[in-house]
Design a binder for this molecule. Structure first.
Ligand code: NAP
Length: 327
């Protein structure tokens, strides 16, 4: 008998790739997916997947989902939302998933997709970050704070479960463009001096202008996150936390080049100043808090996933960017 795997958030950018990987994994026999919107697994050609509509805020729905599973993969999360809504789903909803899984008889393993953001955007972070660095989160950035809080919650509630915590950097690829499109480039665009904008604006066929403070970052392809998820589902390595990133690094100039935009260098002090402004001004949209993600290099060492899970990413950071840009 193969594994039965319950997946929250199977219709998201990572969820689609993860379920595809599980569909193709012969160790997995059955997949039970749950998210709020209607979805038909046969539209994707999926054969092992049964889908139900349900909300992770509904403890009964979560209990039903996990009861028949050997492994639970928790992906449902609000990434780009208001602080209040995201807090409700991400903290109360994740608590439901963690407690229901720990309390159910059958599941022995839980795979939770955290993020590089769990480490927090701190000036004293080592470069690169290894899994030995405690996930402190950044209280000024709702997503980072909630990712760190969720990891703490999982540690507190897991009981005897084997827990796998994946920490991907920004995920890209043809089916994952949302985060890259919504990161703080647009807010940061306000740093570009007006004269430069006007100058560029005078050029026919104007391209967007992205300011580049020179901070390097990594990308990971959704299919590589999916293969790491499948490895954890099968228990290919010991339980624990695993950083996930493609080889190599890029800057906003590389991003601009790939998407046909202009890049204009700006001093990193301007990013710091804007981030401080965002912290001080009440009633700014929550999205503005993403500016913190551009303050410091958040580069991760992925040796542990390669060594312990046997994870071999198929795409570098640059290839992931190209695949995303082409999409
Ligand atoms: N994308 C990235 O760059 C990235 C990077 C690092 C880590 N991660 C983490 O990876 C995980 C998956 O991310 P993703 O990019 O796949 O997210 P996504 O594209 O936003 O998808 C979120 C999924 O969760 C479901 N969902 C949201 N709220 C729910 C609720 N209350 N109850 C049930 N289902 C709910 C959504 O479907 P409905 O809306 O229909 O419910 C969807 O299936 C998240 O924990 C995210 O923080 C993502």
């Amino acid at each position: 008998m193969g594994l039965t795997v319950a997946v929250t958030g199977p219709t998201g950018e990572i969820g689609m790739a993860a379920v595809r990987a599980l569909e193709n994994d012969e160790r997995v026999e059955r997949i039970l997916g749950m998210a709020r919107s209607p979805f038909d697994p046969s539209s994707r050609g999926w054969k092992k997947t049964e889908y139900r509509q349900g909300d992770i805020l509904d403890r009964g729905a979560v209990d039903d989902l996990v009861a028949g599973a050997d492994v639970v993969v928790h992906l449902a999360f609000i990434i780009l939302g208001s602080r209040k809504e995201s807090e409700r789903v991400n903290l109360a909803g994740s608590r439901n998933v963690f407690e229901a899984t720990a309390g159910a008889e059958r599941p022995g393993r839980l795979v939770y997709t955290s993020s590089v953001a769990a480490y927090g955007y701190h000036g004293d972070n080592p470069v690169p970050l290894t899994e030995d660095v405690p996930p402190r989160g950044s209280k000024q950035h709702y997503y980072s704070a909630q990712k760190a809080a969720c990891e703490a919650l999982l540690a507190e509630t897991a009981g005897d479960l084997d827990t796998y915590v994946l920490r991907p950097c920004i995920v890209g690829g043809p089916e994952a463009t949302v985060l890259l499109r919504n990161l703080p480039w647009e807010q940061a665009a306000s740093y570009v001096p007006e004269q430069v904008r006007r100058l560029l604006g005078a050029v026919p066929g104007l391209k967007p202008v992205l300011p580049d403070p020179g901070v390097r970052f990594q990308l990971v392809h959704h299919d590589d996150v999916a293969s790491a998820t499948a490895a954890c589902v099968a228990g290919d390595g010991p339980a624990g936390a695993y950083n996930l990133a493609g080889d190599g690094e890029i800057t906003i100039s590389d991003l601009a080049h790939a998407i046909g935009a202009y890049a204009v260098p700006v001093p990193s002090e301007l990013v710091d100043l804007t981030a401080e402004f965002v912290d001080l001004v009440p009633l700014l949209p929550t999205q503005a808090e993403w500016i913190h993600a551009a303050r410091h290099p958040m580069l991760m060492d992925t040796a542990k996933a390669r060594r312990d899970l046997g994870w071999t990413p198929q795409y570098t950071t640059k290839q992931t960017l190209e695949a995303m840009a082409a999409a």
